[in-house]
Design a protein around this ligand. Structure first.
Ligand code: NAP
Length: 274
């Protein structure tokens, strides 16, 4: 029951009405018995700084940030996590007790948590191939290197973006070719190839083999043509739903101080798409 005491958290973005975040967070608040509600605010490009000012003025409990504001909000906050400093992008704003706003990027931690849940895999000492060099790829590259991956190879259509993304992994990062996929322990599709009704694949599935773990960050559809091809070849393959839930679970904990009820979030996401 919403009352005068209810805490409000929100996501800003454009477009944002399609976001699964309200479903995930409201399920989590309900399952935890917290008097919180989570809503979506469409905020056009250029208004990110005003949205952060609103977060302060309205004393919101927390704010998620999605495209196109992930970089623009960084200039409007009081402090940044190490990941935000490295990436220059935030997806989560946390109001601190003293009134300051801290920017976090929970996508990388969400990805690593999803990998542990889905594949019982720790990237420490592993070779990772990342297809793509956009925002999601950068999150994954930075997180894998920070978690001790032995190598992070970035394969991308645009060479300049590949170089920038590989740089986030420091000494273990490099730019590669599609054929490098064959020697990786973990192959991550962080391109938008295969999203929605797109029938194309981010790399030739013939390069994949048993013993590898495949993750497609896409979760709409739940099974992309690339995931289907990997699974048909008997290769362990997972979609991006666990990363989505993982990043939301970290945000939930940062805002409320309570561990997120991950299973309730997963059930809500699965029911939403059913
Ligand atoms: P982005 O910043 O726009 O990056 C898109 C990437 O896809 C770039 O590397 C781009 O290559 C590549 N690409 C696009 N079309 C391509 C094509 N036809 N052929 C080859 N490469 C192509 O997007 P993003 O925010 O990183 O998102 C990427 C994907 O990750 C999306 O599908 C999104 O749904 C998913 N995602 C999932 C989660 C999750 O929680 N599971 C979170 C964030 C994103 P160029 O650099 O050459 O343009």
């Amino acid at each position: 029951m919403i009352s005068g005491h209810t805490n409000v958290a929100a996501v800003i973005g454009d477009p944002v009405r399609h976001s699964l975040s309200p479903t995930l967070h409201n399920a989590a608040f309900a399952a935890s018995g917290l008097d919180w509600v989570y809503v979506a605010f469409p905020v056009p490009a250029g208004d990110a700084v005003a949205a952060v000012a609103a977060l302060r003025t309205l004393r919101l409990g927390g704010m998620s940030v999605t495209m196109p504001h992930k970089s623009a909000v960084v200039a409007a906050v009081d402090e940044c996590s190490t990941a935000v400093e490295a990436l220059g992008a935030a997806n989560c704003l946390v109001p601190l007790a003293d009134g300051r706003i801290r920017a976090e990027n929970t996508d990388g931690e969400g990805f690593l948590a999803g990998l542990r849940t889905d594949a019982d895999l720790d990237v420490a000492g592993r070779h990772v191939a990342v297809l793509g060099a956009g925002g999601a790829a950068r999150d994954v590259v930075q997180a894998c290197a920070a978690a001790g991956a032995a190598g992070v190879t970035v394969v991308n259509r645009s060479a300049d973006r590949a170089v920038a993304a590989a740089g986030l992994a420091g000494a273990v990062g490099r730019v590669g070719e599609p054929s490098d996929v064959a020697t990786a322990d973990l192959v991550v599709n962080a391109t938008s190839v295969g999203m929605g009704a797109d029938p194309s694949m981010p790399c030739d599935p013939a390069l994949l083999h048993g013993g590898q773990v495949i993750v497609d960050l896409i979760y709409e559809p739940r099974e992309t043509p690339w995931l289907a091809a990997a699974r048909a070849a008997g290769i362990e393959a997972h979609n991006g739903l666990s990363m989505l839930i993982g990043q939301a679970a970290v945000a939930f904990r940062l805002w409320t101080g309570v561990e997120a009820p991950v299973q309730a979030m997963r059930e809500a996401a699965e029911n939403k798409s059913a």
